[in-house]
Design a binder for this molecule. Structure first.
Ligand code: VG1
Ligand code: CO
Length: 543
């Protein structure tokens, strides 16, 4: 087998977004497109000769082809060994777990997360460092810079490697070890949570439904929830991963996980429902006829963490992304631990966790996680909830209502405007920025604007600064409106509007979030001129 150096031309669009490079499959299928980006990664990360790499993905369309290319390029670029999940499968949190457990140099994860899959849909690739987390902005900036100047890449000429049997083969001078994608992850979960207690809960007649949405978590959920924890067969629905996720949108929210939502709001609803996304790192939590917002879920896990074996010593601190509600801040305050506010995207949590500053972190976008890995982790959140439910022996709704009674409630909603013309979306953001001084101090209905800014973050560990992370309109009663452009969309621009209002008075607790936020939503549309500038009367998705 010989190593080939292939001459290539740069593609100007290979800028990694919130979590890696995401494009439509046909874009990735262009000659040299994936190869260029992989070479840009290898040229940026300075892996020592003989280093070990982890490779796996969420099984979506083009996963297998991409893995074969990456393996041949890794062999040609001096890697000594690659650990790859059987069938090319590794959920994002499982990849993070494997990178850490075997002290590897890092890993390449293939996923476009919650975006649809298939020949005309989305694909994605990102590099995770040896801590198991997404590469820092310094590294992703370097990858982008390399991709813009790339002139050639190296690849091994050779036959494809079989990915379907466990065991070791060689590719040129490199070892390829096909590993069980579930096992290491399942063992870690068993250490963190009281599987006996959860088994007892499930034996007592407590019924659950987990919707894997035909995505990567199917095999993980079946093994852990049905086999190891003994939930009734069929507790995991849509458990077979499909290349196109069965034509669905593998995004666990009230809009896209409608099958599960129908069951959980139906006559014979189980006690607990949950779903995860394409690559298994997001989670949605439901009780019987009850939805737990991700921001509340983070706060609740933090408040109840010591009920689980993995967190019984308590938490070092909590971190949340800036648009996530401040519900977790109230818990941190009560526990007398620090709470950090970071830009959107998991890569910002890594430094805090590596430095031991935080144990739990989360985002409003259905992402929750801890320092057990360096990615958000969907199934972990589900098991955390089950452990709490097994100990507290109350319903999901009762636990959440008790929490609101103690800490007050942060009403929360996100409006997404997808597929906007980029100019119109940028125009909304610019219009807001141009009006910071006029807005500051102004009255908007019953609300008064305290300050407006463009969120900027200085990493408390390495001092790096990330600017322009979202426009914040902060009101004097603690309510907030935030506007942000998505970094993961693959078509046009996606504008997200985040709304939050705090209510300390328990008598208001019957209110629906949309009802409670009605005035704030009106203000958000008004001051941004969103409808006029985008022509959209309504958002694409409300969560
Ligand atoms: C979205 C979410 C963000 C999340 C990111 C990756 O980013 O808002 O909170 O970290 O997706 O999630 P954006 O830039 O489109 O708003 V996914 O599950 O990669 O794994
Ligand atoms: Co995801």
């Amino acid at each position: 087998m010989s190593i080939r150096t292939v001459t290539t031309q740069p593609f100007p669009d290979q800028k990694p977004g919130t979590s890696g490079l995401r494009k439509k499959v046909p874009v990735f299928q262009q000659p040299n497109y994936l190869e260029n980006f992989v070479q840009a990664i290898f040229d940026s990360i300075a892996a020592p000769q003989g280093a070990t790499l982890v490779v796996g993905g969420d099984g979506r369309y083009y996963n297998r082809e991409a893995i074969q290319i990456i393996l041949k390029m890794a062999a040609a670029n001096g890697f000594g060994k690659v650990l790859v999940g059987r069938g090319g499968i590794l959920s994002t949190p499982a990849a993070s777990c494997v990178i850490r457990k075997y002290s590897t140099f890092g890993g390449i994860i293939l996923s476009a997360s919650h975006n649809p899959g298939g020949p005309k849909e989305d694909f994605g690739i990102k590099f995770n460092s040896s801590n198991g987390g997404p590469a820092t902005e310094t590294v992703t900036d370097a990858i982008f810079a390399k991709s813009k100047n790339i002139a050639s890449y190296r690849i091994l000429d050779g036959a494809d490697v079989s990915l379907d049997e466990l065991g070791e083969t060689t590719l040129g001078g490199m070892k390829v070890q096909v590993i069980d994608p579930v096992n290491d992850y399942a063992e870690l979960m068993d250490k963190l949570f009281d599987f006996d207690a959860i088994r007892g809960l499930l034996k007592s007649g407590f019924r659950i439904k987990f919707d894997a949405m035909h995505a990567v978590n199917g095999p993980y959920a079946k093994e852990i929830i049905e086999t190891r924890l003994g939930a009734a067969a069929g507790s995991v629905m849509n458990g077979v991963p499909l290349e196109d996720f069965g034509g669905g949108h593998p995004d666990p929210n009230l809009t896209y996980a409608h099958d599960l939502v129908e069951i959980m709001y139906g006559d014979d609803a189980p006690d607990f429902g949950a779903a995860s996304d394409g690559d298994g790192d997001r989670n949605m939590i439901l009780g019987k006829h009850f939805f737990v917002t991700p921001s509340d879920s983070l706060a609740l896990l933090a408040a109840n963490a010591t009920l689980t074996p993995g967190y019984k010593q308590g938490l070092a601190g909590i971190a949340r992304s800036m648009p996530t509600s401040a519900a977790a801040d109230r818990v941190a305050k009560a526990l007398n631990i620090p709470c950090y506010e970071t830009p959107t995207g998991w890569k910002f949590f890594g430094n805090l966790m590596d430095a031991g500053k935080v144990s739990l972190c989360g985002e409003e976008s259905f992402g929750t996680g801890s320092d057990h890995v360096r990615e958000k982790d969907g199934l972990w959140a589900v098991l955390f909830w089950l452990n709490i439910l097994a100990v507290r022996k109350q319903s999901v709704e009762a636990i959440v209502r008790e929490h609101w009674g103690k800490y007050g409630r942060n009403f929360y909603s996100r409006y997404d405007y997808e597929g906007l013309p980029t100019e119109a979306a940028n125009g909304v953001m610019q219009h807001l920025r141009d009006n910071f001084s006029a807005l500051t101090g102004s009255s908007q209905g019953n609300y008064t604007v305290a300050t407006c800014d463009d969120f900027s973050y200085t990493d408390p560990v390495d001092g790096s600064i990330s600017k322009n992370q979202g426009v914040r309109i902060l009101f004097d009663d603690g309510s907030r409106i935030i506007y942000r452009l998505s970094g993961t969309g693959t078509e046009g621009a996606t504008l997200r509007v985040y709304l939050e209002a705090y209510e300390a008075d328990a008598s208001q607790h019957h209110l629906d979030a949309q009802e409670a936020l009605k005035k704030l939503i009106g203000i958000a549309l008004d001051i941004s001129e969103l409808v006029k500038r985008t022509g959209r009367e309504r958002p694409t998705v409300i969560t």
